[in-house]
Structures are given as structure tokens and as C-alpha cells.
Design a protein around this ligand. Sequence first.
Ligand SMILES: *Cc1c(COP(=O)(O)O)cnc(C)c1O
Length: 394
Amino acid sequence: MDLQQLDQEYVLHTYARNYVNFIKGCNATLYTDQNKDYIDFTSGIGVVSCGHGNERIAHTLYKQSQNMIHISNLFLIEPQAKLAQKIAQLSGYDMAMFFANSGAEANEAAIKIARKYGEVKFDSKKYKVITLEHSFHGRTITTVKATGQKDMHKSHFSPYPDGFSYNAQLEDIYNSIDNETVAVMLELVQGEGGVQPFPKEEIQKLSKYLKQNNILLIVDEVQTGAFRTGEFLASNLYEIEPDIITLAKGVGAGVPIGVAMTKHKDIFEPGDHGSTFGGNYLSTAAALEACNILDELKNSGQLDETMIFFEAKLKEIYEKYTNLFTEMVGLGLMRGLRVKNSETQSSIIKNSFDNGVLVLKAGKNTIRFLPPLTISKEEITLGFERLDNALQKL
Ligand SMILES: *Cc1c(COP(=O)(O)O)cnc(C)c1O
């Protein structure tokens, strides 16, 4: 059997796969087994923050795995403690963290923190979490229920946990809060929902209101975190201080890791939560090196320069194809171009692929760009030339 047949025979069909076989990557360029190259404006859905084949990440993984990959959370784990300190320092928040293996798990931990807070801090239990329509918080039974997209709450997986409700607008949240509401959970830039950033003033107003009313603010930074929007956290850009923040995608530069961080440092006690793999030597060593690489990229000025350059190129394309694009959205290296409908969206993604550039979809009418943060100006230029070629044929 060839590889495609193997995949179809032995792997469950949860993805509409493109059967290209990439065998090598170098920063934002991928090579197939047919020796064709592609500019990667997706970084594996916002994951490969330091680029493909990053030497420093490879070296860190090699050195760590030659020694120990895993010993369990029953013992002190040096890179885990150092990574926690690094993330706290980069964020500027006085927070402690729990380490998991994915975004959904980070959000599960966040919801457990909120629910325990709602049980122990008030006379009568509070447990309800308000989220937003078009949000995305994960695929576990609880996080899919936290996700404000009705078509994802399929009946074949029911019953779902109680306690989640959804609002269409930030302004609606104020009236939805009742005396059982413990938290509001949101993305500052909705990723899967369409690369939609919320206005800063509205977020600051909501954050202040929640603080005054003793309701927790959980910010899901699984996609926006790790410098994706220009600051370490989008929460830094929005100048708010959430109670709980979750991270995953870009933090490990491709190695699976999830983080739930909170200023309520004493909320959990031993036994409340755990993860066999979470925070092990391999993932935390990799994430610590990734954070160092990205911190240096930011401090050198290169990250900001890349973001300005990328935005300028995106704007050229946006203005050239007013027949296709209706809006340019996003922040930093998390960008989107709105199109009229899902047919246009699909044909742009396909034509782009055929012309050697990878782009993503978001929602039903957005072309999404999440390149590695280390992408070079040459790669950006070539990627947009290829995108231009792809769009000319539409
Ligand atoms: C991707 C994503 C998740 C889910 O992360 P997984 O690692 O796939 O579990 C959760 N929230 C946001 C905002 C995401 O972008």
C-alpha cells in the first residue's frame, strides 16, 4: 500500500486531508517528496513559531532526550520550573502555572480553576462560564461545549456538561451575568472564528467590570500567545490583567505543550488536577528554548520589523484584489482577509496550494495567515508573489 492508502485504512477520518507528503522544512519553507517547495504561511496552525528545522530547538531536544525525556510530576523538573519563571517574567503577571499537553487541556485546567474558585470563595456555589459566539476553545467534551458554535455541539456526543452559555457581543455579557456566574472566557482575537480582534476599550471596560464584581476573566491565548500578536501575550497588548490565561500552540515551537496560568496561586492542592505527560523534561526544555528564541527576536526589533513588512505586503494584495476581498483583519502575524463566501475561500486555498503557498481558512469566509514568527523577508515576498499568481487565476 502507498502512504495515502495506509492513512485511509488505519487512521480515523477526522480530517479532510490534503495528501501532499512534506519531507523537509527550513524556516518558512517546506519541501515535498517530489522536491517541490512551498512557502508556509500557516506554521502548522500557529504552532511552529520558531520555524521548521530550527537548529536551537533541535539541539535542545537532542541534548534533553539523550539525558531524560520524562520522570513524572512526582519529582522536581528543572526545565519546568525555569519555564514557569520565564513565562511569568515575559508576561509581567505575578502568576503560577499548570502544564498540560494541548490547548484544550489548558482550557480544561482553566475551567477547573474557575469552578473551584466558585465553590470555595463564595457562600453559595458559582459555576457558570460565559463564552462568546464564534469562539473556539477545544475538542474535549467540556471545551467543545465552551466553544460558542452550535454546529459543534453535535448530538452524537451528548450529554455535555452544564454551565456554559454564549453571547453574540461583548456588550451582551453584562446582562447575562447572574449570581451563579463565576467566569467569562474569551479570545482577544478570535482565531478559528475569523481572526477577529475585539476593540481594546471594550475589553478594558469588561475586564474592569468583572474585577469589580468578583467574576473571573479567563483569556484563551492558545492562538494569540507566545508573541503572535507582537507582545508576549495579547493581554499585554490590551493592557488588562486576567485571572487566568491559557497558552499552547506557539509556546513549544512544535512540541506539544499547554499552559494554564493564574494569579490565584493557591487554588489547587495536590490531587485536584494532574497530567501524566504535562510539563515533562522534553516539552518544557523545548518551550524554554522557544521562549528564549522569541524573546531575543522581539528584543532585537526583528519581530516588529517582520510584522510591519508582512502587513504591508498583505495590504498590497488586499488592495489589488478588491473583487475578492472585503476586509483585512487581525494583529501582528495573525492576519486574515475576508472573502464573500466559502466557495471563494476554498478556491483561494486550493489555488494558493497549487501555486506553492500554504494559507489557512478561518470561519466560513476568512483566509488566515499564521506564518512562523521567524519568517524571512525573502520568504514573505516569495509567498505573496505566489499568492498573487494564485489570485490572478480566479
Ligand atoms: C487551537 C485552539 C484551541 C485548542 O487547542 P488544541 O491544542 O487543539 O487542543 C483552543 N483555543 C484556541 C483559541 C485555539 O486556537
